[in-house]
Design a protein around this ligand. Structure first.
Ligand SMILES: [Zn+2]
Length: 192
């Protein structure tokens, strides 16, 4: 019951977002085309127009939108605009949501580097990115990963469950002291 109410709310929020988003997409496409006179056609112009059109045409797409052109060795889509190379997921974020604050990264909730679906993208710090990698098992979690061995899920378990500190200690392989500090929000303050 609660869940269906939540879904309804999420759908209506998404619809609102899509409505304002479509207008922004149209504007950015018009601006791009105005700035680029026919004489000044960049080799990757087609790819840029393609991404703008794809984003405009499928604003409600829930699946991963995989970049079909060139990619970096790490799998991120590559797009050249005025001889400068960009990562496609960042371009997608800029087109649909606006500028990315200085020094921040764009993270994939789907963990699929060539995906540029704006619904799968969010801003975060380099630290969030590392934490994401640990949570999703992209990085080793253990002696080599430094002092912080807990994950976002672990923190949620510590704060939301009724398990005792000792039970949590065994389950998460953390010390009781660490768990107490996480539960009292002395550490992992960035999570609710
Ligand atoms: Zn995706």
């Amino acid at each position: 019951m609660l869940r269906s109410r939540y879904n309804k709310k999420a759908t209506s929020l998404r619809k609102q977002w899509v409505a304002s988003n479509t207008a922004r997409l149209r504007r950015s496409q018009a601006m791009y085309l105005k700035r680029n006179s026919p004489r000044n056609v960049m080799p990757d112009k087609t790819a840029f127009v393609w991404i703008v059109e794809t984003l405009s045409n499928s604003p409600e797409c829930q699946e991963c939108m995989v970049w079909p052109f060139g990619t970096y060795p790490n799998g991120y889509g590559k797009l050249t605009i005025h001889q400068i190379k960009y990562q496609v997921h960042r371009i997608s974020y800029i087109i649909t949501r606006g500028s990315i604050p200085e020094g921040l990264r764009i993270l994939h909730s789907c963990d699929n580097p060539p995906c540029f679906n704006p619904l799968h993208l969010r801003v975060g710090t380099a630290k969030d990115n590392t934490q994401d990698a640990i949570t999703k098992g992209r990085m080793h979690c253990g002696e080599r990963s430094g002092p912080s061995k807990c994950t976002d899920e672990g923190v949620r378990l510590i704060r939301d469950s009724n398990l005792s500190l000792e039970e949590l200690s065994v389950r998460l392989s953390l010390t009781v002291r660490n768990i107490r500090r996480i539960r009292s929000r002395d550490t992992w303050k960035h999570l609710p």
